[in-house]
Design a binder for this molecule. Sequence first.
Ligand SMILES: Nc1ncnc2c1ncn2[C@@H]1O[C@H](COP(=O)(O)OP(=O)(O)O)[C@@H](O)[C@H]1O
Ligand SMILES: [Mg+2]
Length: 232
Amino acid sequence: MPQQHGQVLTAECVSKLYRRGSEQVAALNDVSLTVNRGEILACVGPSGSGKTTLLNILGCLENPTSGRVKVYEQIIVDEKKRLSEWALTKIRRQVFGYIFQKFYLIPTLTVSENVMLPFVFYRKHDAPADVDSILRFVGIEHRKYHLPVQLSGGEMQRVAIARALVNKPSVLLADEPTGSLDSTRTEEIGELFKQLCRTEGIAIVLVTHNLHFAQIADRIIELRDGKLSRPS
Ligand SMILES: Nc1ncnc2c1ncn2[C@@H]1O[C@H](COP(=O)(O)OP(=O)(O)O)[C@@H](O)[C@H]1O
Ligand SMILES: [Mg+2]
């Protein structure tokens, strides 16, 4: 992947319809945006406005009903074409780090093992050293051998961030990454995100309800009923 490229993600006229019984819900309605290398883009908007859907489509976890998504100029999906599941899996693994709204930590694994999980599958060899430095980076090193149940919400959040970073993604997608945190922890996560952009050139797309937290972003977009209500 050409990591030095300016635009890492592009959505062009993306719409997503969900069927709900006999009804159709337009979760996204003609959304176009770009995400550049090393920038933080925040997406705000009321509940149900399409934020998670947008994040999932940008992260190649879901297909749009229409429109085009590109990752580093490579077309993932458009009217004519859709990458194979095999190719998508490779892109998800090489390009993206995902922080889901629920952390999805495995309760029977330690912090360190949870973080190492993606590594175990993809990059067996240099796992231990890398994991330690990532744990240090997110400030959770001292909890390495603890189980999720022994952690605070803020600590679990850090573990989820560490796990998203373990494959050295070039794009971090974060759905409500400070959802359950107090303002001090929220600020710490903000600093961490800014540092990732500065030092690693990672692009971050974050979805948040917290307008104050959104201020860490270089750009803020707003979704309302599946439509962008601010230019991106
Ligand atoms: N899998 C699904 N099936 C049907 N409707 C869905 C599905 N996912 C989301 N929706 C609907 O799409 C709209 C946008 O949802 P979502 O992207 O989760 O919004 P947000 O993250 O902003 O709360 C909502 O009306 C939601 O109910
Ligand atoms: Mg959501």
